[in-house]
Design a protein around this ligand. Structure first.
Ligand code: MN
Length: 305
C-alpha cells in the first residue's frame, strides 16, 4: 500500500491508498472502499471499479442478498441486466443509474445481457442506509436521465445528491453525493466544506496538489475544503464521492451492512435457509451461498433481529 500525505492550510486530510483486487463473478475488480482505517466516505461504504472486461467476458453474478445498503451501479461501457426480488428486470447502460435499496432485505442478480455484449467497465458502489430507513422496505429505481454539470475543463453527471447546485433526482437517505467527472484540463469543483470527499479514477490520470491519482487508487480528501482543484495528466474519468461523515458505526460482512454481528448472523441464516426474507429472483444463474460468518451468535431460524 502506498500513502501520500500533504499538509494544507486547515489541514484537511489527504491520503492516497491503493485498491485491492478481488474477483466478482469472474470479473477482476479494484476495491477502493472499504479500506483498513477508511470504512466510509460520507455514507459511501463500498466502491468496486469493475473491468474493463476482456473479450466477451461479462458480469455474471447469481442471486445474492443484501441488507442495510443501496447498490449504485454505474457503467462507462457495456451493459448489465439487473434482476431483483421485487420483480425488476432492467438493463443498465452507460449514463444510466441503477439504484437498489435493500432495507431489511432484497436479493438480486447481475447478468451479462448477451454473449456478444461489449466489455463491461463501470463502478458498483454501496451507500450505507441510516437507521431511519435501514429496516424499511426494499426498493428499486432506474434513472435513465441524470443532470449534467458543466465546469471549465470538466463535464460532470450528478448520480446522487448535488454538486455545484445541480441535484440528482435519485433517492438519497443521507447527506451524500456522487458524480461522474470527465476531465479534460484543469478544473475547480465547488464542494461543501463540511463534507468529506474521495476521488476514484476510472481511466486517465489526475493531479491533486502534488500527487497523481490513477486507476486502482482512492484519494481521500477529508473535510474542510470548499473547492477541489483537479488537473489532468492524461484525459480522465473519475467518480467524486462525498458527504457528511456517516454518524453511525457500520458493520459489514459479505453483502450485509448492519450494526451488529447478531443482525448479520440472522440475515445470513435467513438467506441460507431461504426463509422468504429476501424474496426470489428469476434468473438462470445459481444463487450464491457462502459459509456462515466466523463468529458465534445464536439466532432464531426464520425470524428477524
Ligand atoms: Mn449485489
Amino acid at each position: 500500500m502506498s500513502t501520500a500525505s500533504i499538509p494544507t492550510s486547515g489541514a484537511p486530510a489527504w491520503e492516497i491508498t491503493e485498491s485491492r483486487t478481488a474477483d466478482v463473478g469472474g470479473v477482476v475488480v479494484r476495491r477502493a472502499l472499504p479500506r483498513r482505517g477508511r470504512r466510509t466516505v460520507g455514507a459511501w461504504c463500498f466502491a468496486d471499479h469493475m473491468g474493463p472486461t476482456s473479450g466477451s467476458r461479462g458480469l455474471n453474478i447469481g442471486p445474492h442478498p443484501h441488507i442495510g445498503l443501496q447498490t449504485v451501479t454505474w457503467l462507462f461501457e457495456g451493459e448489465v441486466l439487473h434482476r431483483d426480488s421485487l420483480g425488476s428486470e432492467q438493463p443498465i447502460r452507460p449514463g444510466q443509474l441503477n439504484l437498489m435499496t435493500a432495507g431489511r432485505g432484497v436479493s438480486h442478480a447481475e447478468e451479462t445481457s448477451s454473449a456478444s455484449a461489449p466489455p463491461v467497465h463501470g463502478m458498483q458502489l454501496w451507500v450505507a442506509q441510516p437507521s431511519s430507513t435501514r429496516d424499511g422496505d426494499p426498493a428499486f429505481e432506474h434513472q435513465s436521465e441524470l443532470p449534467a454539470v458543466e465546469l471549465a475543463g470538466c463535464r460532470g453527471t450528478v448520480l446522487v445528491g448535488s454538486l455545484a447546485g445541480v441535484r440528482s433526482p435519485a433517492r438519497a437517505d443521507s447527506d451524500h453525493f456522487g458524480a461522474d467527472l470527465v476531465l479534460e484540463g484543469e478544473t475547480t469543483v465547488p464542494v461543501a466544506i463540511d463534507h468529506e470527499h474521495a476521488l476514484v479514477v476510472a481511466s486517465g490520470r489526475v493531479r491533486l496538489g502534488t500527487s497523481v491519482v490513477e486507476p486502482g487508487h482512492l484519494a481521500y480528501l477529508g473535510r474542510g475544503r470548499d473547492e477541489l482543484h483537479l488537473e489532468v495528466v492524461a484525459p480522465a474519468r473519475a467518480l467524486l464521492l462525498g458527504g457528511s461523515p456517516f454518524p453511525e458505526e457500520v458493520m459489514m460482512w459479505w453483502n450485509y451492512v448492519a450494526r451488529s454481528t447478531r443482525e448479520i448472523t440472522q440475515a445470513h441464516r435467513d438467506w441460507s435457509t431461504r426463509s422468504g426474507r429476501f424474496g426470489r429472483v428469476v434468473s438462470a444463474l445459481a444463487p450464491i451461498d457462502v459459509d456462515p460468518p466466523p463468529w458465534d451468535d445464536e439466532v432464531t431460524p426464520g425470524s428477524r433481529p
